[in-house]
Write a protein that binds this ligand. Structure first.
Ligand SMILES: [Zn+2]
Length: 268
């Protein structure tokens, strides 16, 4: 066989495996948006993994167990949990406050939430806390982690197929092609996927906070404060989250609907 030849059989096989992985995966309909997606894990697997990670994080951290800050975080979490409705069905919501200067918070699949004290001075009030926690809880109820697992599995299958198909090519060329494809997958598939999830978490999180009776307009002020905090130093949160301007624009577009939800929650 001529050196540098690309073999097509491995590509074909990878394509078939890919199709099988995709079509045999569980489907998920987001009750908030009606959008359908495929996931790479069951809700039970997600909850087990989330719980395990939660235990791990807590075992390595210093948690705060009482005081007004814990009370605030727990109150916001329980009001938001009720607001998740069908999306949060079967979730065992729980929140821990960790004494750590990171400006960060997250919610694991299955409903375990972690808030770092570092975010409290930026949040400043319960509505802002509801903004960030609502966003994180929306990632969990939208099963973004399980969607990403499938996406990564599919990308791996594709990359493996290409790697085998190039095995006759000289090593330098192989590395160049695989490097380009890897970057292509990162920038062309996985990152847009991440951005889509961020927008979705913003949208659903905004509805959660409004439905829980927190003024959704505080979200705009909160993200502004986060942006300023980000300029002073890099908060963990912003490195994985979208640019400030885009986020504010999207939130403003959703605001009329959120204010409706807020009024309804307040009985107005
Ligand atoms: Zn996010």
């Amino acid at each position: 066989m001529r050196r540098g030849h690309v073999k097509w059989i491995p590509i074909l096989i990878a394509g078939l495996i890919l199709a099988w992985q995709y079509f045999s995966s569980d489907k998920f309909v987001n009750p908030e948006t009606g959008k359908k997606s495929h996931v790479g894990m069951s809700t039970q697997q997600e909850a087990a993994l989330g719980f395990q990670t939660y235990r791990q994080v807590l075992s390595e951290a210093r948690t705060i167990d009482s005081g007004p800050e814990v009370h605030a975080v727990k109150t916001v979490a329980s009001r938001l949990a009720k607001a998740t409705g069908q999306g949060g069905q079967g979730y065992e919501w729980e929140v821990s406050l960790i004494d750590d200067q990171q400006v960060n918070a997250f919610c694991l699949p299955g409903g375990k939430i972690v808030v770092y004290t570092g975010i409290l001075p930026v949040a400043q009030n319960d509505a802002a806390l509801a903004t960030v926690m609502g966003h994180e809880m929306a990632h969990a109820t939208s099963r973004h982690g399980a969607q990403r697992v499938l996406q990564q599995n599919l990308t791996q299958t594709a990359m493996l197929g290409v790697a085998v198909s190039l095995s006759d090519m000289d090593y330098g060329k192989q590395r160049a092609v695989m490097g380009a494809l890897g970057a292509g997958a990162q920038f062309g598939i996985l990152m847009p996927f991440g951005r889509k999830h961020e927008s979705e978490a913003d949208e659903i999180g905004l509805m959660y906070m409004a439905r829980a009776g927190y003024d959704p307009q505080e979200s705009l002020r909160f993200w502004q404060r986060m942006d300023q905090a980000g300029r002073a130093g890099p908060p963990e949160f912003l490195s994985t989250h979208p640019a400030h301007g885009t986020r504010i624009q999207q939130l403003q577009a959703l605001m009329p609907k959120a204010i409706e939800e807020y009024k309804r929650a307040r009985g107005q």
